[in-house]
Design a protein around this ligand. Sequence first.
Ligand code: ACO
Length: 326
Amino acid sequence: MENIEISYTARYVPPEVIDNQRLTEFMDTSDEWISQRTGIKKRHISLNESTADLAKKVAEKLLTKSGWNPNSLDLIIVATMSPNSFTPATAAIVQGRISADNAVCFDISAACSGYIYGLSIVEAMLRNMNLKRAMLIGSENLSKLIDWNDRSTAVLFGDGAAGALIELKEDTDSKFISSDLKTIGNEAEFLTAGITDPLEKFPDLDSIRKYTTFKMDGRRVYTFATREVPQSILRAVQKANLSLEDIDYFILHQANSRIIRQVAKKLKQDEEKFPINIDSFGNTSAASEPLLLDELIENGTVKRGMTLALSGFGGGLTVGTHIIKY
Ligand code: ACO
């Protein structure tokens, strides 16, 4: 029987580290406000590196770790809300740079749920299209979408990328067990970035096209996340015929440590089962779950055979959970 395995993981964050104190030099905020309300202490900010540059670093690390020939990749997906361009897809740029000539490539846009949506797409494509090897990367350059004069969003986000090589293979105990995805489009306006306006007249020869920066109704998104994430986890656990106690770790999108603790409380689960690394990276959107997963694998917390629930939530509004046996 063939199963789906996360075979290798990797992460890359740009070298520039900006702590909360640094933000107070040009913004009316404080380390105390940011730490207490969000759990964030510092974030990495990319200078002169694009979303594709970050993703390519992860892709190269994955190829080095695995020893796989890039030509053996059938699929490359990049989950991102801050792509290099509307076209080409960031995944296509990565493919070109690592010479993975046989891979089909595209990006997906589901904001902070992008990696979780990506896991379901990878699973479906491996199972239904006779593919064997996929690379799924979450890569974000959110610093370029932020209005650095808006303290209510600017303090929250960081740049980074992380991902995995995912394989359909015989003789593995790993498996993708169940998933739950949900989209609430009528709450879309609570979190937006890069809105483009239609033409106002034709021909429009002298207008300068502009795109909006990141805007979020933090309170509404907080309420949405603490309501929807526990429900999504419960649906995925139920589909898997498991109980919450069977889950070794809940790897949640790192948007706010208060949200994560609230989800643990609602599910009546020990907070220890909800690892947190938002203090070092801020909210890295689609990169956040694989970034945390890679750290936990590297430091030995997550081991082969463990059952993990990965959950994301964010723009769309979107929410999703994917349960795997690692
Ligand atoms: N520094 C200091 N004060 C600030 C800052 C700041 N950086 N930002 C806002 N404030 C002030 C506000 O002006 C307000 O002041 P007032 O009471 O005088 O009006 C006060 O702090 C409280 O502001 P709130 O927005 O009500 O603060 P809240 O406790 O709700 O925390 C936060 C805000 C952290 C954004 C929270 O609502 C949150 O985490 N929301 C969820 C965000 C999220 O999960 N996003 C995930 C998706 S992201 C994606 O998809 C890409």
